[in-house]
Design a protein around this ligand. Sequence first.
Ligand SMILES: Cc1cc2nc3c(=O)[nH]c(=O)nc-3n(C[C@H](O)[C@H](O)[C@H](O)COP(=O)(O)O)c2cc1C
Length: 183
Amino acid sequence: MDALTLLLNRRSASRLTTPAPDSKALDTILQAGMRAPDHGALKPWHFVVMQNEGIERFSQLLHKAAVVNKLGADVEEKAKNAPFRAPLIIAVIAKVKSHPKVPEWEQVVAAGCCVQAMQMAALAQGFGGIWRSGSWTHDAVVRKGLGCGEHDQIVGFLYLGTPTLKAPATVSPADLTDFVTYF
Ligand SMILES: Cc1cc2nc3c(=O)[nH]c(=O)nc-3n(C[C@H](O)[C@H](O)[C@H](O)COP(=O)(O)O)c2cc1C
């Protein structure tokens, strides 16, 4: 698929199954993430890759967070099951550094660009994925479990795998009227 076709037709897939990207495809995905635009070459991000036992551990971590926060049986169950929605998850953490020219928001946006780049690299290799966040991104138990420092921000969890539903190949072009002005 050429780059413009990919960009113009990108869509998320929320229902994902095996096969997950293999180690070569995963390496390409991670390398694409590393090419995110990066003011000051700070590389202010970290990727936590979860597969197999990693998904089990993530499930236990979300469950623990729900228990610690006393969120009730329903949420505990939902938390436990959430990571099994895909065979591969990449948590993307903005490792925000103090810098005289690069404010925090730029570093968080750069980490967000990593997520987008990695989703595109997965799609380009025939896989599907969805960027998820939710209240877990701010949760102290989850943050500690994923190794976040005080100023780090979890910008998302990129769920990846093979889509179970076949989506239409093309997306209709957007009406730009309300979104674009020419100065
Ligand atoms: C920062 C961020 C967080 C998101 N969190 C969630 C989420 O927790 N759950 C969800 O269903 N979609 C979430 N989304 C939206 C999906 O990734 C996706 O863009 C949306 O389902 C629309 O589908 P599309 O990408 O095919 O247009 C998030 C998107 C962004 C940019």
